[in-house]
Design a binder for this molecule. Structure first.
Ligand code: AMP
Ligand code: ZN
Length: 112
């Protein structure tokens, strides 16, 4: 999608601090971290939000969790991290390309 921030990051047109990349998935640090470890995992395919996930995307969305957990472990928070998908503006979604937040590095819930 042309007018989508995360499609542009996935295409390499806008820089990001990448943590992982393959042909389907990209992980990068959140620009405004809410926890000591805070990164986003996205599919390169433009999917709007969790409500937009189709049956054919199920494996891809599972992959976000697997890759995100691996990166959490690499960043020293395998013993405790939170996964968040915001769905819709009412829930605080600001970028309408599905993304999985991973937050870790402190003992208590985070402000999201
Ligand atoms: P959400 O509120 O769930 O849509 O989350 C969007 C997230 O994207 C926020 O946590 C932002 O800080 C983050 N974000 C926005 N622009 C960028 C960017 N250029 N690079 C990395 N993270 C970003
Ligand atoms: Zn997109």
């Amino acid at each position: 999608m042309t007018d989508c921030l995360f499609c542009k990051i996935a295409a390499g047109d806008i820089p990001a601090e990448k943590l992982y990349e393959d042909d389907e998935v990209l992980a990068f640090k959140d620009i405004a971290p809410q926890a000591p470890v805070h990164f986003l995992v996205i599919p390169k395919k433009h999917i709007v939000d969790p409500s937009d996930v189709s049956q054919e995307d199920e494996k891809l969305i599972g992959k976000l969790i697997r890759i995100g957990s691996q990166i959490a472990a690499e960043n020293g928070v395998s013993d405790g991290f939170r996964i968040i998908f915001n769905n819709g503006a009412k829930a605080g979604q600001a970028v309408f390309h599905i993304h999985m937040h991973i937050l870790g590095g402190k003992d208590r819930p985070w402000p999201m």
